[in-house]
Design a protein around this ligand. Sequence first.
Ligand SMILES: [Zn+2]
Ligand SMILES: [Zn+2]
Length: 112
Amino acid sequence: MQCSSPPKSNPGPARMPCYQCGEAADRACTSCERFFCRFHGGERQVAVHVGGGLFGGLRWEYPVRALCDRCTPDQSKVKAHAAAMGILSIAVLIFLIIMGIWFMTEYAKWRH
Ligand SMILES: [Zn+2]
Ligand SMILES: [Zn+2]
């Protein structure tokens, strides 16, 4: 009988205490580097302005990062921001299409 289940070792680095409650923390904040337990931090979405380019002002990204509660932005605001920027970029796209159509029709008129 072959029983080769991998040993359930859980070495890892020495557990650091959570910055808030002192419980064993399993990760560190990517912003302030404080250690936090699963109750006082986690995978949180942030809004990052990446900018640049023709429509640089509209370029935002919403990566998920390991953050403690203190560094976590208001998640509902991040989601609202993401939705607003989504609508805005669609509006810009529609505007460009309309401008394109307008330009094509004007150009066709002008050619006659
Ligand atoms: Zn904690
Ligand atoms: Zn933090």
